[in-house]
Write a protein that binds this ligand. Structure first.
Ligand code: SF4
Length: 346
């Protein structure tokens, strides 16, 4: 088996008494994979993104990039990691300095990483990156951030990431602040970058619809733990975990602006008031059983590309590192879309 692109081993992140992530094992194959990390607010998905990017060191566990623990990388390895793993954030406006023209966010990384042989080469690379994300260089360069729309600013941030020819982009809710009409277009452009340039994507989202549109595989997090994971057409098309089932049943069609939890996710008030020493989802679970309140469910794999943590599944318990074989990392045909068309991945 080839070395994964990025691997989390037993990652735990605590803030005082609060556990944001718990015993997380995750492995992304080095095959230009696209992985969605999905969950509601408080699920730990943004913490996970920041740990993957090396912005925070986990309280416990290891993050390995191409087999190397990022906590013990040499200065040179860390420099390469900083180029090869790029973030895209939710709010692009915060990244721009309002006093600089937008060119600044594009020329600075080229200079920092020594990726252009001169001014002409830098200009050619910038124009190519802008064109790849659907921006016309002559309408974009020389402008100030406030002169561009939110969608244009976010596309510039995607272009900035692409300029560095990264192996992996970790995008945290990249289209949640973009006009709904532009979301699908920007996600299609990201998907094209994945296919044309072989860049892997980890897409952090609260939105299963766009997760299906963009990604091959998905991890559904609930309160810092994996509820279900596997190929998107299985997990979203036929969810097995009661939490995933509730999420899928509340997919806002056709209103993309409606968030999970607005109504369908409300629990029986008497049950919701209980606390669970076992499954964290027990207070909200419509299929809760007596043992769920006291026993934590272990991870099982009912299907080759499916893994879940629920007492309803009787398969044998997995070891943490078995997660590595859940994600196929195989791209679906381009025709697959959020409308519900299924890919051909097994
Ligand atoms: Fe529901 Fe029990 Fe499964 Fe938790 S373990 S999701 S409470 S059935």
């Amino acid at each position: 088996m080839t070395t994964p692109l990025i691997e989390l081993r037993g990652v735990r992140q605590t803030y005082g008494a609060f556990t944001a992530l718990d015993r997380l094992h995750l492995s992304l194959p080095d095959t230009a994979a696209t992985l969605a990390i999905a969950g509601e607010s408080g699920s730990g998905k943004t913490t996970l993104a920041r740990i993957m990017l090396g912005f925070i060191k986990p309280s416990e566990g290891q993050v390995l990039y191409r087999g190397k623990d990022i906590a013990t990388m040499t200065r040179t390895e860390r420099f390469d990691f900083g180029r090869e793993v790029q973030p895209i954030f939710q709010d692009p406006f915060n990244v721009f300095n309002p006093f600089y023209r937008v060119d600044h966010v594009l020329t600075t990384p080229l200079r920092k990483f020594g990726l252009a042989s001169g001014a002409d080469d830098a200009r050619a690379k910038i124009e190519d990156a802008l064109s790849r994300v659907g921006l016309r260089p002559k309408d974009t360069l020389g402008r100030f951030p406030h002169e561009l729309s939110g969608g244009q600013r976010q596309r510039i941030m995607v272009a900035r990431a692409v300029l560095l020819r990264p192996r992996l982009i970790v995008a945290d809710e990249p289209v949640s602040m973009v006009d709904a009409s532009l979301r699908a277009t920007i996600l299609d452009e990201i998907r094209d970058l994945n296919r044309d340039l072989g860049i892997a994507f980890v897409y952090i989202t609260h939105d299963l619809t766009t997760a299906f549109q963009l990604c091959d595989d998905i991890v559904v997090l609930y309160q810092g733990r994996v509820a279900e994971a596997g190929a998107v057409e299985h997990v979203i098309g036929a969810p097995q975990h009661p939490y995933s089932q509730l999420l899928v049943s509340s997919i806002p069609l056709p209103d993309l602006s409606r968030r999970w939890g607005d109504d369908d996710m409300q629990a029986d008030p008497a049950q919701a008031a209980r606390t669970s020493a076992g499954c964290r989802f027990a207070p909200r679970c419509p299929q809760v059983m007596d043992r769920c309140w006291s026993a934590d469910p272990t991870m099982t794999r009912p299907l080759p590309h499916r893994m879940l943590a629920c007492h309803l599944d009787a398969s044998a318990a997995l070891q943490g590192n078995d997660v590595a074989t859940v994600f196929s990392g195989q791209a679906r045909p381009k025709a697959a879309s959020a409308s519900g068309q299924q890919g051909t991945k097994a």
